[in-house]
Write a protein that binds this ligand. Structure first.
Ligand code: B12
Length: 474
């Protein structure tokens, strides 16, 4: 068949991201013999026109739309992307594309609402490397695609879903030939690192999170040697910055340690990054191994420094792990960004003060602290159930595509935002989610690339902020 894969994401905040999942889907279609083309809308001026041209020129039998984001996850300036996706899919139909299928991280969160919103024929859940070839084979053979695990559709107004199969191995299928599908140089001009994932699944029980339902609660580990091969291939093609985008990079701990050991023993010149370190497993030996492997930037997803809030969020660690992680970070030179999520269940003024105090006391002034305020509510999560029970969430599930946020009933929104604004004003290494909406960020990334600044750009937060303050911007 002729397959067109369309990556719909055009969000450039905090910066563009490479359409990793869409590339996996394209590679999967190609590897089972389908003639496959790719349309990346990230840098395109007129997306509807580009899509119509691709449909008319290629005449695909099927277009696969990869949806990464539903919204920008920002309580203060919420932006939803689903209307744009729906209008693009309508344009594809008008241009003669008869069969439309959805996939991607966003599709996995709210398949039914997205199918209804976009009018797509099917949605394929789970890892494209495993599920997409089976879906295409069923379609080609004239079988009902709903017989394939992970496929869902709205039939005669009713939503039907065949549950995804989370038993497939993680391996080569997760490492597409990026250069075949997208313009890697356009991304590198914006200081974007190339993503790699070394496992599927997430066994943690964070009350707000969708990872276990999207990828399964059990780990499927990619053999570290296979990941090393992917790193080598990317480095040989000139890629300098690689970001591990695992849901949690340092769990299982032994898997991360083994990978770091291999990367250290086989230096390729590439620098590594990850924003997904869990405090429970962030200790000295890990940071030692990451430094030797060539990590140039890490993020610790701490969420809170208050034990009661961490327990209410369903976290697997407490503040003693944060203290230990901070002590380990201090002993190494890797720039670190700490990420906190304020306003979750159990949050009060005192617990916010405790987290801010930790950030002031334990985070080096050369490191960066990022604060999110308000927790995005997703259907099917324990937090959604709790919010419905306490009456703070009344919106029906079908309408949750428009972002809805949880804020602790013991938390006053104005107080939280005011306190956060004061903390970022007084601490030049603090930033909050509103920073990501700054219109000049993209220009800054381009300038940084042009002048030879190395990633991650956020390690220069305090200098950038001082420069901006000098010209009157905060
Ligand atoms: C790492 C990550 C980041 C990193 C990205 C770094 C990088 N270099 O790429 C950073 C921190 C920068 C980031 C930023 C953001 N992120 Co983010 N991110 C992730 C994370 C953890 C992994 C994404 C990833 O690369 N996965 C690996 C690829 C291979 O998986 P995948 O895309 O899901 O694709 C698979 C399947 O979905 C399927 N598939 C994909 N496409 C297709 C197409 C077809 C046709 C088919 C059949 C199948 C298919 O097969 C693929 C292979 O298994 C996800 C959570 C998650 N587990 O998905 C959130 C996630 C995607 N992010 C999310 C959000 C909201 C954002 C931000 C908007 C937040 C913000 N305000 O900063 C920005 C947006 C950035 C942008 N420009 O778009 C949300 C999206 C949901 C939503 N509310 O919209 C997610 C799902 C997390 C969540 N639950 O809240 N993110």
């Amino acid at each position: 068949m002729k397959i067109l894969i369309v990556s719909v994401n055009r969000n450039r905040q905090p910066g563009p991201v490479i359409p990793y999942g869409a590339c996996v889907a394209a590679q999967a279609a190609l590897s089972c013999g389908h003639e496959t083309r790719f349309l990346d809308l990230m840098f395109v001026k007129d997306p509807a026109e580009a899509l119509k041209r691709a449909c008319r020129g290629f005449r695909p039998d099927l277009a696969g739309f990869s949806l990464r984001n539903i919204d920008n996850n920002d309580m203060r300036n919420p932006v939803s992307y689903t209307a744009e996706a729906a209008s693009l899919m309508a344009a594809a139909r008008l241009a003669g594309c008869a069969k439309l299928v959805l996939g991607g991280a966003a599709a996995a969160i709210m398949p039914e609402a997205l199918l209804r919103r976009t009018g797509a024929d099917w949605c394929v859940l789970g890892d494209a490397a495993a599920a997409f070839p089976r879906f295409l084979a069923a379609l080609e053979a004239g079988d009902d695609p709903l017989s394939v695990p992970g496929v869902c559709a709205v039939v005669n107004g009713e939503f039907s879903a065949n549950p995804p199969d989370f038993s497939g191995a993680a391996g080569e299928g997760l490492f597409p030939e990026f250069g075949r599908w997208i313009d890697l140089r356009a991304y590198s001009r914006q200081m974007v690192s190339v993503p790699l994932k070394t496992k599927l699944g997430c066994p943690f029980g964070c009350v707000y999170c969708t990872y276990p339902s999207g990828e399964g609660a059990g780990y499927r580990l990619c053999p570290p040697e296979t990941a090393l091969r992917a790193v080598r291939d990317l480095a040989a093609s000139g890629v300098r910055d690689i970001e591990f985008v695992d849901n949690v990079f340092n769990s299982p701990y032994a898997h991360a340690m083994e990978l770091c050991g291999l990367l250290a023993a086989n230096r390729t010149g590439a620098r590594f990054h990850t924003m997904e370190l869990n405090p429970e497993f962030t200790d000295e030996p890990l940071l030692e191994a990451m430094e030797r492997a060539g990590f140039a930037g890490i993020g610790i997803t701490a969420e809170s420094a208050d034990d009661a809030v961490l327990a209410s969020l369903g976290k697997n660690y407490d503040s003693s792990h944060l203290e230990r992680a901070a002590a380990a970070v201090e002993k190494h030179d890797i720039p670190c960004m700490w990420v906190f999520l304020l306003g979750g269940p159990g949050e009060t003024r005192d617990t916010v003060r405790r987290t801010l105090d930790f950030a002031r006391r334990r985070v080096r002034s050369s490191d960066t602290v990022f604060f999110n305020a308000g927790v995005r509510l997703y259907p099917g999560t324990p937090l959604e159930a709790a919010a419905r029970l306490d009456g703070s969430l009344t919106v029906p599930r079908a309408e949750m595509l428009e972002p809805v946020f949880y804020l602790s009933p013991d938390m006053d929104k104005e107080w939280l935002l005011g306190t956060l604004a004061a903390a970022t004003r007084d601490n030049m290494n603090f930033i909050a989610s509103d920073t990501l909406a700054l219109p000049f960020l993209s220009g800054l990334c381009g300038l940084a690339h042009f002048t030879g600044v190395r990633q991650p750009l956020w390690k220069h937060t305090r200098f950038i902020r001082r420069g901006l303050r000098c010209i009157g911007a905060n």
